[in-house]
Design a protein around this ligand. Sequence first.
Ligand code: DHB
Ligand code: FE
Length: 280
Amino acid sequence: MAQIIGYVGTSHVPAIGTAIARNLQEQPYWKPFFDGFPKVRDWLGAVRPDVVVVFYNDHGLNFFLDKLPTFAVGAAAEYANADEGWGLPNFGTYRGYPRLSWHIIEQLLQDEFDPVSCQEMLVDHAFSIPLQLLWPEGIGGIRTVPIAINTVQHPLPSARRCLKLGQSVGRAIASWPEKLKVLILGTGGLSHQLDGQRAGFINKPFDLLCLDRLVQDPEALIRYSGAELVELAGTQGVEILNWIAARGALGGDLRQVQRNYHIPISNTAAALLALENHCG
Ligand code: DHB
Ligand code: FE
């Protein structure tokens, strides 16, 4: 009875949070990026999701290199935002949905995933900034389920595994007995590299290919190994795995609501993709 009403993929660059706090949306540097969002907000205002499932990666706030799960699912009643060191404003607390989280976790175990279940979980900029971009006036009563994927410390989960993770989450939502409208969100990317000799690396042709494939043929993206994704998208560009996982949850006919691509925001090729899902 639950329905996935759509998909949003967006970058989560921390500087976006600072731009929001300082009201810089209309400045020439920021305008081409922020201008992508009103159309998506209008659409969300019309379809009105009850829940957002957020595929993202933690950047050393809730998990650090000493203990870093490949997949972790939040199962808390609420999730507090905190800043792992960017000087960002605090975006507050997000309402959870423990019953739905456990339902998703059970499906994942049935499908032979072994996620870490988190009854306490802090959420960083990769969670808060996308939600702030989609609901600048506040997310209100909309509930959230955070799903964190390790895109930080190698070995990373494969793109194939991430797509399957999303498919399993899609099955969990499809078997939820109550009426519920679910938005699937994937955050991060697209191409960027923050450190090393290739710092500042951006690969526009690969990003545009990824956006096309995400809409029409996400299976085409599972051919890339972790090393190939680093080569093609940069060390942090592997955050595309969050977008791929999120896309796996959608199974219906898709209509593109919005696509925006702008280089650069900070060191990142910033992208936005919104898809409406029509099930059966
Ligand atoms: C930047 C991008 C990210 O995805 C991130 O997590 C941190 C910083 C950047 O481009 O500055
Ligand atoms: Fe990031």
